[in-house]
Ligand binder design. Structure first.
Ligand code: 9Z3
Length: 329
């Protein structure tokens, strides 16, 4: 088989795997509502201008981990580690940079503009004064005011659309909807894929309907491989968008090699490589021509690694837009 036929066969195989994944996935319950929100959000931002009078850019930030249900009436599931801190923090910096952000996040994980609040903000930030009135506790008044003001301003100006998911089935269906609905934006769209996505899953049709009984003894279960979505995102769903994926490893010795492999294999514009233990301190941005280390430096006033990271991505996105602008509608 020559190279072209091999590539074609691989492509057919990828398409088939993805088609069968979507066909067998339980349909999204609120897909009409999501479509409407997306359409309104894109319409509002498509013609708006962003920083410096240029067309407003739109980024889809994915955040948090996907679950893999083990039963259709799910009692148990396999989870993927991610607190959502990276996605929530990055969203704040993208909004600051003038981007409209679609925040595709796992329910219950970190939310933008709430990072400085305690774990249980409702109970800890407020106090009852006379049994009927409630006021903000003075310890938190500044943080609460800032969180509310920044969040409301982002939503009101049309800079933030929050869409929650739980399972791998919901995540991939929603990612596809977002990618297809941003296709008119061409290179002005960016995908920042920080969510930790399951590699394995139980296909819906082979999943037990009811709670698996422990009386049946040890559990033997075969997990299928989740089809790789990055090549489809690149080739079919959002071919002109600026695509950034993440590579997470716990072994620093293989991290960069795997990030470079992902960049080449999936034709990403950049891959952000991070190690589990140091992910809040340092990341390496891998591009086709260089590896750029980005660090947080509290002494220099850089509190979050996402601050310089998003600055770098915004710059590179500008170059991507300039290079591809002849193909903008
Ligand atoms: C990441 O690497 C994110 O930076 C983290 C952020 C999940 C580490 P937190 O949410 O952590 O702030 O607690 N995300 C991508 C992880 C992932 O599953 N990558 C896949 C891989 O490494 C590619 S999609 O193979």
């Amino acid at each position: 088989m020559d190279l072209e036929s091999t590539l074609e066969a691989t492509q057919t195989n990828i398409n088939w795997e993805i088609e069968s994944f979507f066909k067998s996935a339980p349909p999204l319950r609120n897909s009409a509502d999501i479509s409407e929100k997306l359409e309104n959000f894109i319409k509002r931002n498509e013609m708006a201008s962003g920083n410096g009078g240029a067309r407003r850019r739109v980024v889809c930030v994915t955040s948090g981990g996907t679950t893999v249900p083990l039963e259709q009436r799910c009692v148990r599931y396999i989870d993927n580690f991610s607190s959502g801190h990276r996605g929530a923090t990055s969203t704040e910096y993208f909004v600051k940079a003038g981007y409209a952000v679609i925040f595709l996040h796992r329910r219950g994980t970190f939310q933008p503009f709430c990072r400085s609040l305690p774990d249980d903000p409702l109970l800890e930030c407020f106090e009852s004064i006379d049994g009927t009135n409630i006021k903000v506790h003075k310890l938190y008044s500044e943080a609460v005011e800032r969180a509310i003001a920044e969040h409301h301003s982002a939503v009101k100006k049309g800079f933030l659309l929050k869409l929650p998911f739980t399972t791998i089935f919901e995540y991939l269906q929603m990612l596809r909807m977002i990618a297809l609905s941003t296709s008119n934006l061409g290179p002005n769209a960016m995908f920042y894929l920080a969510a930790a996505v399951s590699d394995f899953y139980v296909p819906w049709q082979s999943m037990a309907e009811h709670k698996i009984q422990s009386a049946s003894g040890p559990l033997n279960m075969q997990l299928a491989q989740v089809p790789k979505m990055l090549p489809v995102l690149r080739q079919q769903w959002a071919p002109k968008a600026f695509l950034i994926s993440f590579k997470l490893e716990t072994d620093s010795k293989i991290l960069l090699k795997k990030a470079v492999a992902a960049l080449e294999k999936y034709k990403m514009d950049m891959v952000v490589a991070n190690e589990l233990l140091t992910r809040k301190e340092e990341v390496v941005v891998v591009t086709s021509s260089e590896n750029i280390t980005v660090r947080r430096d509290k002494n220099a006033g850089v509190d979050d690694v996402e601050d310089p990271l998003i600055q770098l991505l915004v710059e590179r996105h500008s170059t991507h837009i300039n290079t591809n602008s002849s193909s903008v509608l």
